[in-house]
Design a binder for this molecule. Structure first.
Ligand code: NAD
Ligand code: DAU
Length: 337
């Protein structure tokens, strides 16, 4: 059996990956290690939890004793590390947990992977490690790293550490750097679900700065199709950018959501900008397309409509979230509106 340790598998992207991979293949035995932070939610895994080749362990990747025990108990052959603190605004409010989970946690996984001689270690990273672009150009895998937020610095540190384990110990590491994801089960602190939920709740839509910061959007299913391609066919020691060539200024996305939900643009409120706000991200994904044959399948218009529909159909999922810790976060980040 192919025993795969998937970390952070109760979060937005990790849970989508597990649901997808277990649906596609039955020869992977998935061990999902997740701390269940505010962002982790086992409800995201209803499709997987009845499968015999799926196991959930609640725990922190920084816990070396637990991690070593799991490698031994499950004879782990592969690691896919999704686990991270993932929200830039939270890293600005307080950075320590970002360095603990994203840097030291990755170090624990790398050390165990070295000790137990895993056959592949996939580090799920982000385009934010490259920093910010002006109006021209794209991030390629050769673009120098220039992370600007505590979050992106922690991710860049983890990338470099993983590559150093390949260079120094020959650990078979591959890295993916993806652009902004959206889709079902995304925690409503991120732009798209936050704007959908505020619209549904008749709350103001807080747009940072002039609304003209640009992000490059990809449907989470396309991201995970790419993760699978890199996991199965990626060359060790290599980095693969993942993007769907869908650059958009934030304000256009917000207006699109309002249009889809039949609400007025009067709901938009321009608020104080995010400190150190990166202006533009845009990914060149030629390498993964030409070397691994991956291409995005979904158009932005279709997948955003599908995502909006999912939030309309799954009110109980997000209502439970926004009635918990989210209240405190929202109040600190935006004030009460
Ligand atoms: P998320 O915040 O939705 O989920 C993160 C998951 O990791 C949660 O289930 C959480 O409980 C778990 N976790 C956090 N710290 C942990 C720890 N110390 N030990 C064990 N589990 C821990 O994040 P996401 O949006 O699904 O992102 C997943 C990965 O993809 C992250 O590494 C992120 O940097 C990367 N990424 C995200 C995006 C995006 O647009 N969301 C884009 C590119 C890359
Ligand atoms: O690029 C990949 C990254 O995308 C991932 O590595 C991160 O984990 C993920 O959180 C995301 O980071 P961003 O900071 O780009 O995503 P966020 O959804 O927080 O913000 C997207 C844009 O929208 C950004 O320019 C800030 C803006 N924004 C965001 C929020 C939450 C607003 O204008 N208002 C808001 O309320």
């Amino acid at each position: 059996m192919n025993n795969v340790l998937v970390t952070g598998g109760a979060g937005f992207i990790g849970s989508n990956f597990i649901n997808y991979i277990l649906d596609e293949r039955d020869d992977y035995n998935i061990i999902n290690l997740d701390k269940l932070t505010y962002a982790g939610n086992l409800e995201n895994l209803v499709l997987s939890e009845t499968k015999k080749n799926y196991h959930f362990i609640k725990g922190d990747i920084i816990n070396a004793e637990l991690v070593n025990y799991l490698f031994q108990k499950f004879d782990i052959k592969y690691v896919i590390n999704f686990a991270a603190e993932s929200h830039v605004d939270r890293s600005i409010l307080g950075s320590e947990v970002f360095f603990r989970s994203n840097v030291l946690g990755t170090n624990v996984l790398l050390e165990a992977s070295r000790k137990f001689e895993v056959e592949k270690f996939l580090q799920v990273s982000t385009d934010e490690v490259y920093g910010s672009l002006d109006s021209e150009g794209l991030f390629t895998e050769e673009t120098p790293l220039h992370p600007n937020s505590p979050y992106s610095v922690s991710k860049a540190s983890a990338d470099m550490m993983a590559l150093s384990f390949h260079h120094t110990y020959g650990l078979p590491v591959v890295i993916t750097r993806c652009s902004n994801n959206y889709g079902s089960y995304q925690f409503p602190e991120k732009l798209i679900p936050l704007m959908i939920i505020n619209t549904l709740n008749n709350k103001k839509l807080p747009v940072y700065g002039d609304g003209m910061n640009v992000r490059d959007w990809i449907y989470v299913v396309d991201h995970n199709r790419a993760v699978k391609a890199v996991f199965e066919k990626g060359k060790e020691g290599e980095v693969y950018n993942i993007g769907a060539r869908t650059e958009m200024p934030n304000i256009e996305i917000v207006k699109l959501i309002l249009r889809e939900l039949g609400k007025s643009e009067d709901m938009i409120e321009y608020v104080k900008d995010r400190p150190g706000h990166d202006r533009r991200y845009a990914i060149d994904s030629t390498k993964i397309e030409s070397e691994l044959g991956w291409n995005p399948k979904f158009t932005f218009e279709d997948a955003v409509s599908q995502t909006i529909k999912w939030y309309l159909d799954n009110e109980q999922w997000w209502k439970r979230i926004i009635s918990g810790e989210y209240q405190n976060y929202y109040q600190t980040q935006y004030g009460l509106r």
